[in-house]
Design a protein around this ligand. Structure first.
Ligand SMILES: Cc1ncc(COP(=O)(O)O)c(C=O)c1O
Length: 471
């Protein structure tokens, strides 16, 4: 039999490959400020050219690297760009990318404690830090997930398991209508009937209204349903609104509901003093979702869930099997698979641990506080500029706004404004609907975004408004 191709590279080849990749990445990051903010005008011909059969023979690395960097990467919203204030950004800290490389290259098994106890401890440390930051007790446990959606999934599953057992048909869930759609999606995946999901109206600042929750819970109890889960938001996606967290906590307690907070976007603002004031009450929840790929500026691929009574998270996810009989975890240590739907997984903790250790937590506090100040600054600029309307004052770092043209349809004007802004490639913004009104949205959360970028964004927006108003 022919000897198979050796898949292990020589030391020289590995070094060369790493150096080439590193150089390409560092050049890419250095060139970010001058790069287009987005490039989404792709032809069908280009897309067709990307289709290919499985490659039977190999290709040299420099060609593949060049193809990736020059053909694939640029066709996108430039999410790591310093001026990226479109959908909730994070920026993508370079040390986390290095951590991913280190984790993958050393390829230790972090699904179960016994296979890499030191790595498991390092990851448990990260989750314990998160728990401290949220004011959670020592009994809490958590998991690192691929993102906020799956973290919310495990939260719903834990609440369901604890309060509903096997009787899902009557379980009802309460959240404001500003709640991220992933909560409804994962509730469905967790077996909660769609008819039992109550999305309640919000106040003029897009925050939950507790008495509407109470009325809905009462009404459902009278119908013989089983209210089990109340979801609060610590930073909605649409407007960054923070629900009245302590009031929702009291309600959940009064009716014996599980109190979950989706803080995927806003939770890490609790690290800085300004944010802590806004998020008071987050510590009263039974579970909370935090996304490091948002508020800790990590590259995409990092969400997390904390559960106050960690044992409940474990009970909802723990399952044994004969081939897992070697897995033993000492008291106080954590085996990730016992708390999560996953078994084999990447060493996710490393991409969080490395930047926190390298920069120290203070650096994150400062950067998060800066984002809140930048948002306040921009909000006031919009408020002062004739014709602009902000649909709510920012709780955190999102501003929904629109321009009132002197004549013509306001929705049409703002739709065209958004298109023109994106087409200019100088700025990328997103839009949403608030109570049926079309609005543009700014979200300031990248560690690369500072005063200069926000000032520039304001100038671009006002200049595009003027151009459009003249048409
Ligand atoms: C408040 C909120 N919750 C949940 C999610 C979903 O998180 P992910 O995209 O990481 O799955 C998002 C995403 O933007 C969010 O803003």
């Amino acid at each position: 039999m022919k000897k198979p191709t050796n898949l292990e590279l020589t030391q020289e080849a590995m070094l060369k490959m790493g150096e080439d990749a590193l150089r390409a990445v560092v050049d890419h990051i250095a060139a970010l400020p001058k790069a287009p903010r987005s490039n989404l005008e792709v032809s069908e011909e280009f897309l067709r050219s990307l289709r290919e059969p499985p490659p039977e023979q190999g290709t040299d690395f420099p060609s593949l690297l060049q193809f990736f960097m020059n053909t694939i990467v640029p066709v996108s919203i430039n999410t790591p760009h310093p001026a990226y204030i479109g959908y909730i950004p994070g920026g993508g800290l370079y040390p986390s990318a290095i951590a991913d490389f280190l984790g993958a290259a050393t390829n230790r098994y972090t699904g179960a404690w016994f296979a890499a106890p030191a790595a498991a401890r390092l990851e448990a440390n990260v989750l314990e830090w998160f728990a401290q930051w949220m004011g959670y007790p020592e009994s809490s446990r958590g998991i690192l997930t691929s993102g906020g959606s799956l973290a919310n999934f495990s939260a719903v599953v834990t609440a369901r398991r604890h309060l509903l057992g096997d009787d899902l048909s009557r379980g009802t869930l309460y959240a404001s209508d500003q709640t991220h759609h992933c909560v409804m999606k994962v509730a469905g995946l967790a077996g909660i009937p769609e008819r039992n999901i109550r999305l309640l109206d919000v106040d003029e600042n897009y925050r939950a209204v507790p008495h509407l929750f109470e009325e809905a819970i009462q009404a459902d109890l009278e119908k013989g349903l089983k209210p089990f889960l109340l979801v609060g938001n610590a930073g909605t996606t649409n407007t960054g609104a923070v629900d009245p967290l302590p009031d929702l906590a009291s309600l959940a307690k009064k009716f014996g509901l599980w109190y979950h907070i989706d803080a995927a976007y806003g939770g890490f603002f609790n690290l800085c003093e300004e944010g802590r004031k806004k998020l008071a009450g987050i510590e009263m929840s039974d579970s909370v979702v935090l996304d490091p790929h948002k508020g800790l500026f990590l590259p995409y691929g990092s969400g997390s869930l904390l559960v106050r009574e960690g044992e409940l998270l474990r009970r909802a996810h723990m399952m044994s099997a004969d081939y897992l009989q070697d897995h033993e975890t000492p008291e106080g240590e954590v085996s990730a698979t016992e708390y999560s739907p996953e078994l084999s997984r990447a060493f996710r903790g490393l991409r969080v641990w490395l930047p926190l250790k390298l920069f120290g937590v203070q650096a994150f506090r400062e950067n998060l506080a800066e984002k809140l100040h930048l948002t306040e600054w921009l909000y006031h600029k919009f408020e002062e500029e004739p014709g602009f309307e902000c649909l709510s004052a920012p709780d955190l770092s999102v501003i929904p706004f629109r321009f009132h043209p002197k004549s013509g349809d306001i929705h049409e004007f703002n739709r065209r404004l958004l298109k023109n802004i994106i087409r200019s490639q100088k700025l990328f913004l997103s839009s949403t609907l608030l109570k049926g009104q079309f609005v543009l949205r700014v979200c300031i959360l990248s560690f690369r975004t500072h005063q200069a970028e926000v000032e520039e964004a304001f100038e671009i927006i006002t200049s595009e408004v003027q151009k459009l108003a003249k048409e």
